[in-house]
Structures are given as structure tokens and as C-alpha cells.
Design a protein around this ligand. Structure first.
Ligand SMILES: NC(=O)c1ccc[n+]([C@@H]2O[C@H](COP(=O)([O-])OP(=O)(O)OC[C@H]3O[C@@H](n4cnc5c(N)ncnc54)[C@H](OP(=O)(O)O)[C@@H]3O)[C@@H](O)[C@H]2O)c1
Length: 297
């Protein structure tokens, strides 16, 4: 039984998956006045949402039957397949916010099309407290058919910002994971930096503030790197050439040794720059090391 949709001019959102993210998404759509049908494997998690006006489906198939726009926010790609097993997807627009790889999204798009659904893949650049809080800056990458994105963009924008990443189904996952990869490297560097100074005179909190401002200033290097990559000219606009960077980086390894800190988090990047220098690119920027990473280049 669904609540009377005639009272709402907004389209119904069917949401499968009420974990930390799904629950926050459902709350935001409900607060924004959207009719919402929810389903979760563990039924008890849906009860607080019923109290907020959600229609609660007993099965995933019943939920899918309730509306055209079906949003999934599940644990992983395998749980999506399990949850939708037996649901009739004909005429549905399936928007999958479950984290996965680009390849999984490409495969899932074909799977959905064979079942009569149009498919958008999403990559959420947010954590639960950012959902429904526009100033927090959270957003979702979407990829797949542009017309499907355009049709649902205003509904999808209620809980988090929206950003179209491309028509390849896997594009959203690719950009999501590219950003997470950059974060991963940044956290590796931060962990190493804290290890170097632990127990020294400066309060850790004070050093944390220095880290934040230094990393913020250094992050602007991405603009120049993008120009170098697009032009294929890694010597363009160089301010610190590779020879200088490699010489400086050797002090990083020695300092780690002096401080009794394992260099394993940073060693691979230092080695990559050394290799590029040995190839004769002393006057270029460090960006050229990308050529050693991309297989087949
Ligand atoms: N949390 C974050 O900060 C964050 C940020 C960005 C992206 N994400 C991504 O968003 C997705 C959801 O994250 P979350 O934090 O909401 O996870 P979560 O709290 O662990 O919730 C996982 C959800 O998946 C359901 N599920 C798991 N296996 C299932 C199966 N085999 N069949 C049906 N349902 C199944 C769970 O149902 P039960 O309640 O029955 O267990 C639950 O609703 C994940 O892909 C995650 O990587 C999370």
C-alpha cells in the first residue's frame, strides 16, 4: 500500500538499501517532500522511515513495482544482484549508488538493459553526515545515458549535489575511485609525516594545522599538471624540475632513517621519480612519471 502520490507533484523514489547512506538518503528525500518507497533486507531498519512517511515494501520486487525511479544503495555489486533477483525491471530507471569498479558498472549496465531497464551508475563523494547538507559539499558522479540523468537530475539533487561524469556506465566509478586514490596517497603522506614528528617538541595539533595549510597550498599543482598532461609537454611551466625534486627527495629517505621511521609508504613514488630521471628527463616536471605508470605508454 503506498501513500497517495496525488498529493505530491514530485516523482516517487524507490530506494533499496537502508544502511548508513541509504537511510540518510531516504530521510532527505522524505524531508524534501518526495514520496518514497523503501526496502531493506533487514526489515527493522525501515521502521523509523515509516514513521517519517515512507512506504515500506516487504520485498525488493514489491518496492521496484512501486515507481519508475529505483535507487540502490547496497553493500557491493554482488548484493545488488542478489537483492534484485526476481524483481521485474521493465520500464524502470535503475540508479545504482553502490560502490563498485568501472568494469562492474559497465557489466551491470548491460545486465540492466537486458532486463528492460535504463541504467545510471553513481559514485558518492560523501559520507552520511554530508547527505542533505548542501554546504557540506557532498556530491554524486553519475554516468550512463545523458537523457536518463537529465530526466532525474532534480530528484537526485535533493540529497547530494549531482555531476554528470560521462556516458560510459563505468565513468562515475572511475572518477570516484580516481579521487579516492588521490586521497589514499595523501593519507599515506600524512601518516608518514606524523610518524616523523611524533614525540617531538611541537604539539601534534599544531603540526596538524601546518599539514592542512601546506597540503592546501600544494594541491593547486593539479592545474599545471593537467596542462602538462593535455599538451604532452612535461617541461611546460616547470618551477621545480625533476633533477631538483629527486635530489630533495633523497633527503626524505635519509631523514626517515634518522628518525627511525620506515620509508615504505613513500619509497615507490621516490623510486618512480628516480627511474624517470635515469631516462634523461631532468628538465621536466615530476608529472612525466605518469608515463611509467600507464601500461602500454
Ligand atoms: N558510509 C560511507 O561513508 C560511504 C561513502 C561513500 C560511499 N559509500 C558506499 O555506499 C554503499 C552503502 O554504504 P553504507 O555505508 O550505507 O553501508 P552499510 O551501512 O554497511 O549498509 C549496507 C546495506 O547493504 C545491504 N546489503 C548487504 N548485503 C546485502 C545483500 N546480499 N542483499 C541485500 N542487501 C544487502 C544491507 O542490508 P542489511 O541492513 O540487511 O544488512 C544494508 O542496507 C556502499 O557501496 C559503500 O561503499 C559509503
Amino acid at each position: 500500500m503506498t501513500h497517495d502520490t496525488a498529493q505530491s507533484t514530485k516523482p516517487r523514489v524507490v530506494l533499496l538499501g537502508l544502511g548508513a547512506m541509504g537511510t540518510a538518503l531516504a530521510r532527505t528525500w522524505l524531508a524534501a517532500g518526495y514520496p518514497v518507497t523503501v526496502w531493506n533486507r533487514t526489515a527493522a531498519k525501515a521502521e523509523p522511515l515509516r514513521g517519517l512517511g515512507a512506504d515500506v515494501a516487504v520485498t525488493a520486487a514489491e518496492a521496484v513495482a512501486a515507481g519508475r525511479l529505483v535507487v540502490t544503495c547496497l553493500f557491493d555489486d554482488a548484493s545488488l544482484e542478489e537483492a534484485l533477483d526476481g524483481a521485474d525491471l521493465h520500464g524502470r530507471d535503475l540508479v545504482d549508488l553502490t560502490t563498485g569498479t568501472p568494469g562492474q558498472a559497465d557489466t551491470r549496465a548491460v545486465w540492466a538493459e537486458k532486463r528492460g531497464a535504463r541504467f545510471l551508475s553513481g559514485g558518492m563523494m560523501a559520507i552520511p553526515p554530508m547527505i542533505g547538507v548542501p554546504d557540506a559539499g557532498g556530491y554524486v558522479f553519475y554516468s550512463g545515458p545523458r537523457e536518463v540523468f537529465d530526466q532525474h537530475a532534480s530528484t537526485l539533487a535533493a540529497p547530494l549535489g549531482v555531476r554528470f561524469a560521462g556516458t560510459r556506465p563505468g565513468a562515475a566509478a572511475l572518477y570516484d575511485i580516481a579521487l579516492l586514490s588521490a586521497m589514499h596517497g595523501m593519507l599515506a603522506g600524512i601518516t608518514h609525516a606524523f610518524a616523523l614528528v611524533r614525540g617531538e617538541e611541537m604539539p601534534t595539533k599544531e603540526f596538524a594545522g601546518l599539514l592542512t595549510s601546506w597540503l592546501t597550498a600544494m594541491a593547486s599543482a593539479t592545474d599545471l599538471m593537467a596542462e602538462q598532461i593535455d599538451s604532452g609537454d612535461y617541461s611546460r611551466g616547470v618551477v621545480s624540475n625533476l633533477a631538483m625534486q629527486v635530489a630533495g627527495n633523497r633527503a626524505l629517505a635519509v631523514t626517515a632513517e634518522e628518525q627511525g621511521v620506515d620509508f615504505r609508504l613513500l619509497a615507490p613514488y621516490s623510486e618512480l621519480l628516480e627511474e624517470r630521471l635515469a631516462q634523461g628527463f631532468a628538465e621536466e616536471d615530476g608529472t612525466g612519471a605518469l608515463e611509467l605508470l600507464v601500461k602500454g605508454s
